[in-house]
Design a protein around this ligand. Structure first.
Ligand code: HEM
Length: 180
């Protein structure tokens, strides 16, 4: 059975979470303005993340074929999904659709039953948190390389607010209702 969802309040829930981290229209503008820098490196970003997952047995186990080698077809599909999320994030807008899209992504990690098609089962929370940290670090590196220092800091701050609210949405399925 799946965990009860924040349901009709998902959009409100995420907007409140944004307010809590001090998100403003100025942050949304910064994210949208710097989005082209991020999206131009989308392939490198998603590949780096997946290479990282594959470099350790604990995270590689979710991406292996029956013969124990990396399942390249599935990994390419996963990279494509990650790139879609990155594009969605770059729009810096929480809408009803984007809120449920995020919830769905979270559930496909937190409620993942193990099967021959889905090796490894549930993705551990520590890896979800770790993946968001890796994403933040990668974006900070891009901004530092491409923008004057003050603009790079501003971009990292705004993206970090948004990414952690996304992480909050991705973790909902892992959390008992009382702790959401
Ligand atoms: C920043 C954190 C992450 C984001 C934004 C993300 C994004 C996504 C997206 C958009 C999908 C497709 C969901 C669908 O269409 O059902 C997906 C699926 C998947 N992700 Fe992630 N992911 C993250 C972290 C991770 C981590 C840390 C792992 C494992 C080490 C992982 C492994 C998987 C797997 C195995 C699937 C396929 C799920 C299935 O079997 O249906 N992801 N991810």
């Amino acid at each position: 059975m799946t965990t009860p969802l924040p349901g009709a309040d998902m959009e409100r829930f995420l907007k409140d979470a944004l307010t809590f981290v001090g998100w403003s229209e100025a942050d949304a503008t910064v994210v949208r303005k710097t989005a082209p820098l991020v999206l131009a490196r989308e392939a490198a970003l998603t590949s780096a993340l997946y290479d990282h997952f594959l470099s350790m047995p604990d995270s590689a186990r979710f991406f292996l074929a029956a013969d124990g080698t990396p399942d390249r077809t599935r990994i390419e599909r996963r990279k494509h999904s990650l790139a879609k999320w990155l594009k969605e994030t770059a729009q810096a807008a929480i809408t009803q659709d984007s809120a449920y899209y995020l919830l769905m992504i979270g559930l496909s990690h937190s409620h993942r039953a193990s099967s021959p098609d889905r090796p490894g089962g549930t993705i551990p929370v520590r890896m979800m948190v770790g993946a968001m940290s890796l994403t933040q670090s990668a974006l900070a590196g891009i901004f530092a390389a491409e923008l004057p220092a003050a603009d790079a800091l501003e971009a990292s701050v705004s993206w970090n607010k948004l990414l952690l609210v996304h992480l909050n949405a991705l973790l909902l399925g892992y959390l008992p209702k009382a702790h959401r």
